[in-house]
Design a protein. Structure first.
Ligand SMILES: NC(=O)c1ccc[n+]([C@@H]2O[C@H](COP(=O)([O-])OP(=O)(O)OC[C@H]3O[C@@H](n4cnc5c(N)ncnc54)[C@H](OP(=O)(O)O)[C@@H]3O)[C@@H](O)[C@H]2O)c1
Length: 252
């Protein structure tokens, strides 16, 4: 089987990085996206020894940048088979009345509008070719609201709604759409949420074994390698220690 081209946002760390490492070894060509150019450069160098790789550096919040970057892809990279909308983060954790407007903007602009901007550029080619698979990384926060999660949860509920909407609207065009909703995964996520406070970030996972980004990468690869007629539509993935968004078993 020919190699498929996968376009991955948020490839520079966490779930995205683990995913590109795995897809590189499993017959995919990769378009790696993120803002941090140094990380894209070193990933390009290491993964190019395994498969064909190219990189695009853009901020998903900037629609013009998204359009220009995706249009700048050479012809041989334009036939994208797989889009993994993974870029996203939580910014802050506070009661709604104490929320910071910049954090609200960041979460809605990156997690929701960024996903839409990127998808808007890639869906037409998939529709034309009547073929493609979109994987949106949501969150348990998009299934259950937890205290102080308010706007992050809203952004991930929106991702869930968009994923369902995509599945309906793209159905006549033969495009598969999958939503994957992780619980606690140890990445740079908590560090970003707590604005670089390493101590606070470490406490999130204290006394429990969280998911590794590789655990989600495995599930993404499994999803992408089902027979063509099979769609894994929607999956919640927890570490064993987690029972819901708020129920977590910690060892003392
Ligand atoms: N970790 C968890 O517990 C968890 C749980 C549920 C869902 N998720 C979701 O999983 C996805 C990946 O997160 P992660 O846990 O792997 O966190 P992470 O390690 O912080 O990775 C986030 C990725 O998103 C990219 N990104 C952030 N803002 C961006 C922007 N404005 N423009 C372009 N790229 C941007 C980052 O790249 P640059 O900084 O280089 O741009 C980075 O590659 C997110 O959608 C997150 O909401 C995570």
């Amino acid at each position: 089987m020919d190699k498929r081209i996968a376009f991955i946002t948020g490839a520079t760390s966490g779930i995205g990085e683990a995913t590109v490492q795995l897809l590189a070894k499993n017959n995919f060509k990769l378009i790696l996206c993120g803002r941090r150019k140094d990380r894209l450069k070193s990933l390009l160098k290491s993964l190019s020894t395994i498969t064909e790789v190219t990189t695009l550096s853009f901020d998903v919040r900037n629609n013009k940048e998204v359009i220009n970057c995706i249009n700048s892809l050479p012809q041989e990279w334009k036939k994208i088979d797989v889009l993994i909308n993974n870029a996203g983060n939580a910014h802050g954790l506070s009661a709604i009345q104490d929320g910071v407007v910049n954090d609200w903007d960041a979460m809605m602009d990156i997690n929701v509008k960024g996903l839409l901007y990127v998808s808007k550029e890639i869906m037409p080619g998939m529709i034309e070719r009547k073929h493609g698979h979109i994987v949106n990384i949501g969150s348990i926060a998009g299934k259950e609201v937890y205290p102080n999660g308010n706007v992050y949860c809203a952004s991930k509920f929106a991702v869930d709604a968009i994923t369902q909407g995509m599945r309906l609207d793209l159905n006549p065009h033969g495009i598969k759409v999958t939503g994957i909703h992780p619980g606690m995964v140890e990445t740079e996520f908590a560090l970003v949420r707590f604005k670089g406070d390493e101590e606070r970030a470490k406490n999130v996972y204290k006394g429990l074994q969280p998911l590794k980004p590789e655990d989600i990468a495995d599930i993404i690869l499994f999803t992408l390698t089902r027979p063509d007629h099979v769609v894994l539509a929607d999956m919640i993935v927890f570490p064993k220690a987690q029972g819901s968004a708020t129920v977590v078993r910690r060892e003392a």
